[in-house]
Write a protein that binds this ligand. Sequence first.
Ligand SMILES: O=C(O)CCC(=O)C(=O)O
Length: 295
Amino acid sequence: MKLSMGIRELELDGKYLGRLREANALMGDMDALRQRMEEDGYLLVRRLHDPKKVAEARRVVLENLAANGQIDTSRPLDEAVIAPGGRGAFLGGAKAITHTPEFLAVVESPELMQFFSDFLGAPAMTFTYKWLRAVGKGDFTGAHYDIVYMGRGTTNLYTVWTPLGDVPFEKGPLAILEGSHRMEKLKQTYGRMDVDRDNVEGWFSSDPVEMVDKFGGRWLTAEFEMGDALIFGMFTMHGSLNNVTSSYRLSCDTRYQRADEPADERWIGENPIAHYAWGKGQMIPMEEARKRWGV
Ligand SMILES: O=C(O)CCC(=O)C(=O)O
């Protein structure tokens, strides 16, 4: 089966694209989960969230998109069919949606916060800012490390990528570059960048083949169902497959760390300042930055 990722078509289970492995058998054993995170750079956890709560959060997001004319309302709302002329939307920081009780019941649930407190060995906190995405037809996320966007606090920080609904391959699930959390040259160059300080494009590449040929590993992905989540660290290279359907791929990504460690000031507090400089003024193309770094 061929799947679209960025500018390429990749054969599933071929040289460039494989499958994520599940961590469910380790749930409850924090040492084993930490070890797996160290080994793989990610944890794929089926039903990390209560699917009913995810469905509620999905409904709230869809109602909001519909109110803004983004949804084809001649079709059932839950199908999330993109309105004629409707486009993908990044709703990061949109508190009117991401701080509704339904949304917070997923990303700040007592169970999830307890999971991170156990995993991190101390009470956990989550950033106020929530990244919410309605990925449109043909859209994808290019390969990147999260550290370049949120590296001003502890690096002992984790992303939880939560699809708000089922995400089969054709809706563009996330993919991770195998072993990328141990690619030292990348970590020491691209991984030291800060988009607000350096004003460089954030995505390292839109070409998954180039990355495998140059750095090794394979891209790993999976089909997701309501409630599933992918947890990964700041130096795990990830991007997404392309959404080739006419419906939105809804997902959110949220961050968790120990409450007693420094937190990146852009993403916390009542009204996070978010990216205050990135994209303002002349942006340095990634190609140019990569030449400078020699990667
Ligand atoms: O959902 C996506 O396409 C991108 C998500 C992402 O980059 C992240 O979770 O850090």
